[in-house]
Write a protein that binds this ligand. Sequence first.
Ligand code: ZN
Ligand code: ZN
Length: 578
Amino acid sequence: MSDQRVLATEFEMLAALMEVAGQNAFKVAAVRRVARVLEDFEGDLRAVAAEPGALESMDGVGKSSASKIRQWCDDGTIAELDTLRGEIPAGLVPLLDVSGLGPKTVGRLWREADVTDHASLRAAIDDGRLAALPRMGAKTIANILDSLNFAAQSADRTSIGRALPMAESLAEDLRSVDGVHRVEWAGSLRRGCETIGDIDLLATTSEPARLMERLTRRPDVTKVLASGDTKASVRLEAGIQVDLRVVDREAFGAALLYFTGSKEHNVALRHAANTRGMRLNEYGLFKDDGDETPPQDRGMSPLASVTEADIYQALDLPWHPPELRESHDSLDAAPPDLIDQGDIRCDLHTHTTASDGHLSIADMAREAIARGYHTLAITDHSKSSVQAGGLDEQRLRSHIDDIRAVDASLSEIRLLAGAEVDIHADGRLDYDDDLLAELDIVLAAPHVSLRQSPKDATKRLVAAVSHPLIHILVHPTGRIIGRRPGLEPDMDALVAAAAEHGTALEINANPQRLDLRDRHVRKALAAGARITINTDAHAAAHFDFMRYGVVTGRRGGLTAKSCINAYSASELMDWLDR
Ligand SMILES: [Zn+2]
Ligand SMILES: [Zn+2]
């Protein structure tokens, strides 16, 4: 991670802790603004910090923030943050992630109800202390309890958005060790699951001891759980466990297959091997000679073991991409030709400074051009999304003009003037049809009333996809992984309506959303609905979320043909005009 991204998280944390401590709202807002500036900053932060007055001349960075940035560049600390960390119970920090509990509320709970962590919050709910606080209604408390229970269920899982970059940097580090031929990750991460338990790494090397040492001595390792000649387990600072195994080069495919799973897929493969007079284990596929002793221990050479493809082939089965190795994926049927990141040619859901995005229209266009896209849709929030700076009718009309003006100045990409329009709880839209008709692309989104009944949610979302001016239903359930379950509409009814009206359903690629989720994608495809994958970018780095959406689509069996983002520019325009 770059300096500015690390520092941006520190400023975020500083703002949150200042709010917990009950500090002045304007100061908090200023610190939060600096976090955004840092997140979007491209360039060498240390060089800018070293230049007198350069930090202060950046938009949104005041004198005191500049001195904090300099201090951090010098010694890696922000004194004010350290002080707050010392004053505020550490157990309050995880509470900031509980849906329905902003920093302000966490601060109140701490000061007024002695809440210092998850357990004491639960206790305060149980013994009625929370209910006794002013402005703390029964409904709010029920929502907090719901969120606590929901968070507890997913507490040990890490988002793919954190785990994948971590695995990539670990693998890169380990590949540089002398003697190493290969390092790959397996497990649920390789299958593209939305959350993962541990990072499983497999390696081949001529010098296992060196490799083990490199892993166990990394500076971000907080605990070595096990360390042997060919296997090590460590816990990282980030709270995630990493298991590293060294395997034989000749058995790499068998090991990769075995440790990638899923368990159910492995069981099905072993069964397929048995019915063919063979035995499959993590060392290879062997002829079954009836002897119970493991064949590799008897010096038997395998029929296949070097690559996964060899093994599927020797079993006379089609090769399965890791994303299609779950219990519901049939072993015998040939998997579809899944979409790849390289098939993606546009992003149809992004935000600018007109609402809650960090970049201008032109800067967003530049990011899209850098990714080789032929089209970018600018889709800021509608008026009901007040906290997100949603646009009223007048501002939207002038925003449309702004988008068209930038579009006219660019030859490399086409900009679409769009909007992400709130769907009210009853299914009505946030703008009139006349205004929607002026836009090139209209997205509809649920943002509030995300706890309504499945029946109401179905009515609401079916109304949106049936509306003749809506092109895409974005993040259809509104869930946030590990924080908020979101709507639970009747998916069969929703995908049928989407297919009937030609409205696309979005896979929101933000790794905290991944909404639609994989199993919904499968349903949508079976019903004949179109899928679109978009990043919902609010900043430059968010464009890189695309891969998480692609992998979710792959898990749902998505092909390029069924994905709007793989269309050529003219196919896309035809689809939008239909
Ligand atoms: Zn949204
Ligand atoms: Zn959005």
